[in-house]
Design a protein around this ligand. Structure first.
Ligand SMILES: [Zn+2]
Length: 142
C-alpha cells in the first residue's frame, strides 16, 4: 500500500478505519482493472451501494464526488461499488467478500496489504448500464 496515499485518505476522512481501507482498496483495484486514472472531470463514475466510511476512500483515490456529479448512491447497505469509465465504456463492480474473523487493526492491514485482491473482492459486471448524465438519479452531495 502506498503510505502517502493512505495518509492522504486518513487526513481527509479524519481517522483510519477498516471501512476507509475498503474504499481505498476498491478504488486501487478498479484503477488496475479498467484501467483508469484519478477523475479530473467526470469521466469516471462510481455508483456506491452504501454510504459509509469506505466512500471517502473513493472520493480521495478516484476523485468521484457528489459535487462533481460522478458519485451516485444506491442504498442497499452493501460494500459494493460499480465503477464506470465513460471514455472507454468499460465498467466493473467490486463486492466485498465475507472476510475471516479479525480485529479492526488486522482487518485494516489485511484490506490494504493482502496481495490477492480476489481474497477481498468479488469482481463482476455492474447490474445496470450507466444512465445518460441528465438522467442520473439525484446524487447525495456530501
Ligand atoms: Zn471511518
Amino acid at each position: 500500500m502506498d503510505e502517502q496515499l493512505w495518509n492522504k485518505c486518513v487526513e481527509y476522512h479524519g481517522h483510519h478505519c477498516p471501512g476507509l481501507a475498503i474504499g481505498v482498496r476498491a478504488s486501487l483495484e478498479a484503477i488496475k482493472a479498467l484501467p483508469i486514472n484519478f477523475a479530473e472531470n467526470d469521466e469516471i463514475v462510481c455508483v456506491s451501494e452504501n454510504e459509509s466510511c469506505s466512500v471517502d476512500g473513493i472520493r480521495v483515490v478516484l476523485g468521484c464526488t457528489g459535487n462533481k456529479g460522478n458519485l451516485l448512491f444506491i442504498k442497499n447497505e452493501k460494500q459494493a461499488f460499480s465503477i464506470f469509465n465513460r471514455t472507454t465504456g468499460k465498467s466493473i463492480r467490486l463486492i466485498l467478500k465475507d472476510l475471516p474473523e479479525m480485529d479492526r487493526d488486522e482487518k485494516e492491514a489485511f484490506l490494504l496489504n493482502e496481495p490477492a485482491a480476489t481474497k477481498i473482492f468479488d469482481f463482476e459486471k455492474p447490474h445496470f448500464e450507466l444512465p445518460e448524465k441528465q438522467d442520473f438519479p439525484q446524487a447525495i452531495n456530501s
